[in-house]
Design a protein around this ligand. Structure first.
Ligand code: PAZ
Length: 339
């Protein structure tokens, strides 16, 4: 079995850091120090899906499902509770506050109209928009929200590691709320082709990027006749490293997404034991908006559900479990409903 520390060293030695890593570290260092000095609790919320590029000059990639609803909504609730929030999200996925008016069937322009050559908000949307605007202004004035972004799984892991290390001195005042959907498989940089994969064998590339030794490392993508064959490698499991190496005293809440209800709780329990997180929140793709299961050592398994009559879209068209005030905790250990 691979030593996790060696796997970490190999991964970060082989996979180049994102171009904005230093800028992100500088922003995060200042943010963490300022809120640490104020004695504030700090949470890193990860949100959205990571991509796996198939080519170094990326035209094609594999994506992970996630709109960023859970992360963006949860961030708003942490901010309401007084936390400082580092929001590490997939570029262009939902953001706290603006999520109410984006990624919607209606654009934010539909909430507005022209009135004597000035833009105004429709009367019916005034109360909701004012409420969102006040929360946003308050958070901005306090400087309690830092927004960072990633696209690929490698960018995500570099940012996660560096931010976690910066948060380490906060001990249990630092929380990691890992709602991002992170790829389990990837194409290592030294097995990645440089240029766009060709469907015509006559134009297929025989080697990886210019520095790679093609005789030792065959490309992870190749064409066989008209087929594309992709040979992915597992992403090292860094969730344990977060506990052991990067931020050992932090509170760690991770999410587990499944599609098969019969394995959800089992997988959440497995993650809880294997990665030694404080809480694993399980959810099913089909019901994630209405129910989640909390799995922890202290409380075992606890379902939280939005009551049926509340399962309608909010004014902004973005329903969410976290956003519902009367989500109920259901401790009867029932299996999730599939409605
Ligand atoms: O972003 P979203 O609201 O569309 O979806 C949220 C989610 C299902 C990605 C999240 O709740 C989750 O389960 N994240 C972990 C995914 C995983 O198992 O890797």
């Amino acid at each position: 079995m691979t030593d996790p520390q060696q796997a970490e060293r190999d991964y970060f030695a082989n996979e180049p850091p994102p171009k904005d890593l230093q800028a992100n570290i500088t922003l995060a260092r200042e943010f963490v120090a300022r809120h640490d000095a104020a004695g504030r609790r700090l949470v890193l919320v990860t949100s959205g899906g990571t991509t796996v590029p198939l080519e170094a000059q990326t035209v094609r990639y594999i994506d992970n499902f996630s709109a960023g609803t859970r992360g963006a909504t949860s961030a708003e609730f942490f901010l309401r509770q007084g936390y400082a929030v580092i929001f590490l999200h997939r570029q262009f996925s939902l953001l706290p506050y603006s999520r109410h008016y984006s990624h919607n069937t209606r654009s934010f322009l539909d909430f507005m109209r022209e009135d004597h050559a000035r833009v105004t908000v429709d009367e019916q949307h005034q109360p909701d928009m004012l409420d969102v605007l006040r929360q946003y202004t308050h958070v901005k004035r306090d400087g309690r929200l830092l927004i960072l972004s990633f696209v690929t799984v490698t960018e995500y892991l570099w940012d996660l590691r560096e931010v976690a290390r910066l948060m380490r001195p906060l001990g249990p005042r630092a929380m990691f709320y890992l709602a991002a959907a992170v790829s389990d498989f990837f194409v290592p940089r030294d097995r990645m082709v440089e240029h766009k994969i060709q469907s015509n064998e006559d134009f297929a590339q025989s080697s990886t990027h210019p520095d790679a030794d093609a005789t030792v490392l065959p490309p992870a993508t190749r064409t066989e006749g008209r087929k594309l064959v992709i040979d992915l490698e597992p992403v090292p499991k860094f969730l344990k490293q977060l506990v052991d190496g990067w931020a050992p005293d932090g509170i760690i809440v991770s999410f587990k997404l499944e599609t098969d209800p019969s394995i959800l709780v089992k997988k959440a329990r497995y993650a809880l034991d294997k990665y030694a997180h404080h809480l694993v929140i399980g959810n099913l793709l089909s019901t994630r908006k209405w129910e989640v299961v909390f799995v922890s050592r202290l409380e075992g398994e606890r379902w939280i559900r939005v009551p049926e009559h509340r399962r309608t879209k909010s004014f902004s068209g973005v329903p969410s479990l976290v956003g519902s005030a009367d989500a109920t905790a259901n401790q009867d250990q029932a299996e999730p409903s599939q409605s």
